[in-house]
Design a binder for this molecule. Structure first.
Ligand code: FRU
Length: 484
């Protein structure tokens, strides 16, 4: 995946539509053409019975990372990496949607497309922040036939539908690093601290081989058009981590959290931020989600919850007219020991239908059918001396009490060591999210919707008791296309 997507990134540079329009209207036309292309794919995507119904997804075609997630004037805004022209990666634009409740969505027109007249070929990932005038700004990586640049755009209306790219662009170029060479430099993420605005970007520090690093910048003016590079704030201690994408650095309770997407399972670090050195000092670390989620973004809602947004890779066959979802937004918190905890937002429970309560059961080297369905919220508690778990449409969720491992399909996370695990499974057609022990482990995985068996069963390699089994069928969320 990583190699082929990178190769695709290179091969599509310079391969998009030429200059057929006057400069003034060019970007509007770029977006109008992209909208037409995306709209044409909607019937095909909608016809696929394997497409998730309560996970956020673009109207059709390919999307990847969540971008510029921000709560503004009563709405959660979600922008995302979007290819309006196909169901594989390419032609990066910023799609846009908004939601009042994190469950039901209104698709809005594409927010940003490449400014071909300025040599821009892709609008890569980035972040949002409220500026001193109280309105959001977005920052993203501009990709063209030149080194990456960081660009700024500002909204022209309060619904954040129309955006104007700043005349000051590029607001940061590789030159800002002086003698330091930063490769794969991208994915700005913004935060404010002690009256200053800061940005972090990902990349790596060596010409070949690489070493993943996060760079820190400070805004020198309120318009956020002038920035100073403060230095690498974090260099990954593991040399095998050759690159860092989408770094997010933010306060969580009394600590700072750094999330990274290192071209492999996402990692988190909890620690302190010393802005004088400047340096991020990790104290604890872990795998955020060993499954098929990637490229995080963060927003904070009016209740003060820190929300985690993740791209969920669905690896959908190319002929289905769609690819990917967003994971259900997760509320982040820290455990007493300072480890990261993730819980799906409680709002998702509004989609539950009548609960089904199943009797407790004891299994002795056996399996037993529980329920069948392809859109479910299922919970249970398993107490076992030997591996036991669930099989969800052929994909196994296997808890090993000896080491606390929780294997979901082909990936393994860690719940707590001990005999008991509390599981929650959100099954939505092609995708499944598994949470263990109140968010100690969170795993995004795919299930085989097209040929996999229906039905969910419990199994035990030795003796296991399964209690507190509850399940709800889930209604589809609303995806309003009337303004797309
Ligand atoms: C992460 C990523 C980012 C980049 C974007 C391009 O999935 O590779 O680093 O900005 O996707 O779509």
């Amino acid at each position: 995946m990583r190699v082929s997507r990178r190769m695709m990134m290179q091969s599509t540079l310079g391969a998009v539509v030429g200059c057929r329009f006057s400069r003034a209207e060019e970007n509007g036309t770029v977006i109008a053409e992209a909208m037409d292309a995306a709209r044409q794919a909607i019937p095909k995507a909608a016809a696929d019975p394997g497409r998730p119904v309560f996970h956020f997804h673009s109207p059709a075609q390919w999307h990847n990372d969540p971008n510029g997630t921000i709560f503004y004037r009563g709405w959660h805004h979600l922008f995302y990496q979007f290819n309006p022209y196909g169901s594989e990666w390419g032609h990066m634009h910023w799609g846009h949607a908004r939601s009042r409740d994190l469950v039901n969505w209104e698709h809005l027109p594409i927010a940003l497309g490449p400014s071909k007249d300025k040599g821009e070929e892709h609008v890569f990932s980035g972040g949002a922040i409220l500026a001193s005038d109280g309105r959001p700004r977005v920052f993203y990586t501009s990709i063209g036939n030149r080194p990456p640049e960081q660009w700024l755009a500002e909204p022209q209306d309060d619904e954040l539908i129309h955006w104007k790219k700043s005349p000051a662009n590029p607001i940061l170029t590789v030159k800002s690093h002086g003698g330091l060479t930063v490769n794969e430099w991208r994915d700005p993420f913004l935060f404010r601290e002690a009256g200053s605005t800061y940005m972090v970007c990902g990349g790596n520090l060596r010409q070949s081989g690489g070493q993943g690093a996060v760079q820190l910048y400070q805004a020198r003016n309120a318009a956020m058009t002038d920035w100073k590079h403060l230095g690498p704030i974090f260099v990954h201690p593991d040399r095998a981590i050759w690159n860092i994408e989408c770094p997010n650095l933010f306060r969580l309770g009394r600590k700072w959290v750094l999330l990274i997407s290192p071209e492999g399972p996402m990692q988190y670090f909890v620690g302190e931020l010393d802005l004088k050195q400047p340096r991020f000092i990790p104290e604890r670390q872990g795998i955020l989600d060993p499954g098929k989620s990637y490229a995080s973004n963060i927003s904070v809602d009016p209740a003060g919850r820190t929300l985690l947004w993740l791209w969920g890779k669905t690896e959908t066959p190319a002929d289905k007219g769609w690819n990917s979802v967003m994971a259900i937004p997760r509320v982040l918190s820290l455990s007493d020991l300072g480890d990261l905890r993730q819980a799906p937002v409680s709002e998702i429970e509004t989609l539950r239908e009548t609960p089904v309560r199943l009797p407790d059961m004891t299994l002795q080297r056996a399996s037993r059918s529980l329920i069948s369905g392809d859109c479910l919220d299922l919970q249970c508690e398993i107490t076992a001396g030997a591996p036991a778990g669930l099989r969800v449409r052929g994909t196994e969720i296997r808890f090993t009490p000896r080491n606390g491992a929780l294997k979901v399909g082909d990936v393994t996370g860690f719940a707590a060591v001990g005999k008991t695990v509390k599981l929650r499974v959100l099954l939505d057609k092609r995708v499944m999210e598994v949470y263990a022990n109140d968010g100690a482990a969170a795993i995004f995985q795919t299930v085989d919707t097209w040929s996999g068996p229906l039905g969910i069963e419990a199994f035990a390699d030795g003796e296991a008791t399964i209690t507190a089994i509850r399940s709800w069928r889930m209604k589809p969320a609303t995806f309003d296309l009337s303004r797309f």
